[in-house]
Design a protein around this ligand. Structure first.
Ligand code: ADP
Length: 870
């Protein structure tokens, strides 16, 4: 920073800036936030502001950019979206009252992960800040994440490989990392692509310091009380403690609403890696930002906390049949009782974001209108409980039982806050009449005085006989009596001149002065008292954050149950039978998203069974037949079932899975720039290494990124490995119809195909799954459907015929090769080099019986010559 002899204002600025060096400092000067030096330059570039300069005493002028305070939130929002941090420094006294320089304080630092403002948040999503503890090369790391706008706080221990995927799941908006993670040189931290990172010294992650931090803040004797005292929890605690300290640093108010950290245990959940979430389009569409996702189809929640909970359940389904069945019971009850569901949903629609309102109150940020919204929502709670009535389902009964209406809090707010209160404090009219005697008295004094002044005009007109005499008010001179020039001779003795205008003079009287001071001092006291009373009420609400949060949690669950029940009704889903068996049996299953983008009757349902007898399904059929759809539908149905939802099927039995893996063919993934064969193989390796017997693997083409023979060989070997070693339930969609032979050779593998019908030269897609492999790829027909020119199609047909002639019996040969390589106990891709060498082809065509010995000899020498051996 370019320093120099500076004005007092600039000195104050530099001191503040020194306390938040990594943030852009918004420094209040009157009605503006000003930025100086590099901040001004950066902000003017990012926000398109005019860069000017401010005089800095004897030193060189300082670059300056400013934004009006009124519009500041828009600029802050833009900077945060760009991953910047903004520190807010406000004037904490009126310029008129300051002796010398106005006092200023750093109020907060807004960072992408530490945000309260509604404009920066989206209702249906959490805004998480995540912290990672541990060295970069450690195999296990601590991870913690918190959303200060809702008070949610969790932590876990994850493997290094899971980290990126976990950060993607919680969609962390900002990362807090130990200093040692800071990239040196150009190699930015790629695992965190696009996520703004903040680095803190290593000691901030020290396990003793952090656990002390947590104990102190949440006032617990031991971490055991938070379920975080296990041997394996130390890293999680380090991350959580570092995160807590950081949050308290940037947003001092956040401490009031943050809940104690909750430990997440891997064994309880169905793990989805980043790739799978993406491939199954769980919350984000693969291509167009606006495309449908599983979440967008199933989310019928009516409250923001319900929407966030549903999203959380979807990204973190359960793995424990009992817990899943409990959710399903609740959904079922609301599904069967349509009247109850409709009544419940009616009330839910009137409940605002209890969780964020409570967090704002806890952080001392709630506005009068926020409190009113909270009270109004609390008033709906008894109605919600009534609509729910008695429930059989434990989950529902439990949530209902916890519907604490917090009536005393609603009473307090309603008694204290004027229903017509303005959006912000300061303008008056916030505290309701009847709440405070002192306030009412002051108001009546003020109103009485105002009334007296209002009457004054009539009285003075009479007294002076001047009909045009006026009583008025202006900011500088206060109340006055105005008399026009021609009537000045009628002005009484006790009038004192205040101001001269072109056509009139303005006066005051001692009596008027006295009443005026009554009004003004009452106004001042009223403003102070209102502030005080409001702060008290807000404080009391803030003191109940925990109860409001617990309530919000119950409302959220009820909302999710009712939403899933409504979904089941609207989209004809059924309750899955969730078991501990190793069996997935789906009858009449549908793809939950694809079926919604076509007329209902057009989607063709299919059956898929995966069990001990049939653990691996090889799914063939031409491109566009519907393979990917069936494959994904199996994963989506399992995922829906394990989150506790009904599923799009006629009947479904789901033996819980511990992980779902997917891999999508390289060419299908081009849009993401992941087209290389290498990436494909890395992903496949990750699946083979990570899957267990209880996993579900969905492979959509493997080995497409290389030559056919390479591809088929790798796919073959991968399938054998999964079948023999991993034992995971697997659906493998491929357009290599050659692979269906593998189903004959492996006992627990079965071939299916998505049926097509040939009609003349065309094919018709039946979308129906049938046992057995497809006998051909139908690529040429599909190309024809796609509108390739007729001559290209004709030529392709010819070539295909030739090739098919040459490769006659290719299937048997492949099998032979596989056998040979296995017996040699190695897998050499070179064995699969194409055999159509011209020499071979000539040999093939030669008919020895019809040749003379001489001709045979000539051919032999020609062939040798062709090989370059001659
Ligand atoms: P493949 O993976 O075999 O190339 P897709 O699964 O991508 O084929 O399906 C292609 C298109 O066919 C889908 O976009 C969808 O519109 C339609 N489709 C797939 N399955 C069905 C089905 N069961 N019923 C109706 N339409 C389907």
């Amino acid at each position: 920073m370019r320093k120099g002899p500076a004005t007092p204002l600039m000195r104050q600025y530099l001191e503040m800036k020194g306390r938040c060096p990594d943030a852009i400092l918004f420094f209040q000067v009157g009605d503006f936030f000003e930025m100086f030096y590099e901040d001004a330059e950066e902000a003017s570039r990012l926000l398109n502001l005019t860069l000017t300069s401010r005089n800095n005493g004897e030193a060189a002028d300082v670059p300056l950019a400013g934004v009006p305070i009124k519009a500041a939130h828009e600029y802050v929002q833009r900077l945060i979206r760009l991953g910047r941090r903004v520190a807010i420094c406000q004037q904490v006294e009126e310029a008129s009252q300051a002796q010398g320089l106005v006092r200023r304080e750093l109020i907060e630092t807004i960072t992408p992960g530490a945000v309260f403002a509604d404009e920066l948040l989206s209702a249906g999503r959490n805004n998480f800040l995540a912290a990672v503890a541990g060295r970069r090369d450690q195999s296990e790391l601590g991870l913690a994440w918190a959303d200060i706008s809702t008070g949610e706080f969790s932590c876990a221990v994850v493997t290094r490989h899971q980290l990126a995927s976990e950060l993607d799941r919680i969609d962390a908006q900002e990362l807090l990392l130990p200093r040692s993670w800071e990239p040196t040189g150009d190699g930015a931290a790629e695992a965190f692509a696009g996520r703004p990172c903040t680095y803190r010294e290593e000691w901030c992650f020290d396990s003793e310091i952090t656990s002390e931090q947590i104990r102190r803040h949440f006032r617990v004797q031991s971490l055991a009380g938070l379920g975080l005292a296990g041997d394996g929890d130390a890293l999680a605690v380090s991350a959580a403690g570092a995160l807590l300290a950081y949050l308290l640093d940037v947003q001092p108010g956040a401490g009031g609403s943050l809940r104690p950290p909750r430990a997440e245990r891997a064994a309880e959940v169905l793990h989805l890696d980043e790739m799978t979430r993406r491939n199954l389009e769980v919350v984000r569409p693969m291509q167009a930002e606006s495309g449908a996702t599983l979440l967008s189809v199933i989310d019928l929640t009516l409250t923001p906390m319900g929407a966030r909970t549903l999203r959380g359940w979807l990204l973190r389904p359960l793995a424990e049949p009992k817990a899943i069945r409990e959710r399903l019971d609740a959904v079922e009850e609301l599904h069967e009782d349509g009247r109850k569901r409709r009544r419940v949903r009616e009330v839910l629609g009137e409940i605002k974001d209890l969780e964020r309102l409570a967090a704002k109150a806890g952080a001392g940020r709630a506005t009068p209108r926020d409190l009113l919204a909270l009270a109004a929502s609390l008033r709906r709670i008894p109605g919600l409980a009534e609509a729910l009535g008695e429930s059989e389902a434990t989950g529902l009964a439990e949530a209902t039982r916890r519907l604490d209406p917090l009536a005393e809090l609603a009473d307090l707010i309603e008694r204290a806050i004027d229903p017509e209160a303005p959006p912000s404090l300061g303008g008056g009219g916030v505290v309701r009449e009847g709440y405070s005697e002192a306030l009412d008295e002051l108001r009546s004094v003020r109103d009485g005085a105002v009334g007296w002044i209002a009457d004054l005009q009539g009285r003075e007109r009479q007294r002076t006989g001047v009909g045009s005499l006026k009583v008025g008010y202006n900011k500088v001179f206060g109340y006055y009596i105005e008399v026009s020039k021609p009537n000045l001779d009628k002005v009484p003795e006790d009038y004192q001149r205040r101001q001269t205008l072109t056509n009139a003079e303005r006066f005051v009287t001692p009596e008027l002065k006295e009443w005026e001071s009554k009004v003004l001092s009452a106004e001042e006291r009223i403003a102070e008292l209102e502030q005080e009373l409001f702060a008290q009420v807000r404080g009391e609400v803030g003191g109940q954050v925990e109860r409001v949060n617990a309530l919000a949690g119950s409302v959220a669950r009820i909302d999710v149950f009712a939403s899933l029940a409504e979904l089941a009704e609207r989209n004809r889903y059924v309750r899955p039978r969730v078991t501990d068996d190793e069996r997935i049996d789906i009858r009449g299953g549908r793809h939950p998203v694809v079926e919604t983008v076509m007329p209902r009757e057009r989607f063709v349902p299919n059956d898929v069974r995966l069990d001990d007898e049939q653990r691996v399904i090889i799914l063939t059929g031409p491109n566009m037949a519907g393979k990917s759809t069936i494959l994904r539908q199996v994963g989506l149905i399992a995922l829906l079932a394990q989150m506790g939802s009904f599923v799009p099927a006629e009947r479904a039995e789901i033996g819980v899975v511990d992980r779902i893996f997917t891999r999508v063919g390289a060419s299908d993934n081009l849009a993401l720039g992941h087209s290389t064969f290498m990436v494909e193989m890395i992903e496949t390796a990750a699946i083979l290494n990570g899957a267990t017997e209880r996993s579900l693997i969905l492979l959509d083409e493997i080995g497409r990124g290389t030559s056919t023979y390479d591809g088929v060989s790798i796919a073959w070997a991968v399938t054998e490995h999964i079948h023999g070693r991993v034992g995971a339930k697997t659906v493998f969609a491929t357009h290599y119809h050659e692979l269906t032979q593998i189903a004959d050779r492996l006992p627990a593998a079965a071939a299916y195909n998505v049926a097509v019908k040939e009609v003349g030269e065309d094919i018709v897609f039946l979308r129906r799954l049938e046992p057995g492999g497809a006998d051909r790829s139908y690529g040429v027909q599909v190309a024809r459907l796609a509108g390739l020119p007729v001559d290209v199609i004709e030529r392709a047909r010819q070539i295909l015929k030739d090739l098919e002639g040459v490769a006659l019996g290719s299937g048997t040969r492949l099998e032979g090769e596989a056998e040979r390589s296995r017996s040699a106990d190695r897998w050499q891709l070179s064995l699969f080099q194409p055999v159509e060498h011209p020499v071979v082809e000539r040999l093939r065509r030669a008919v020895p019986e019809e040749m003379t010995p001489l001709e045979a000899l000539a051919l032999l020498s020609e062939l040798k010559q062709e090989l370059g051996d001659g």
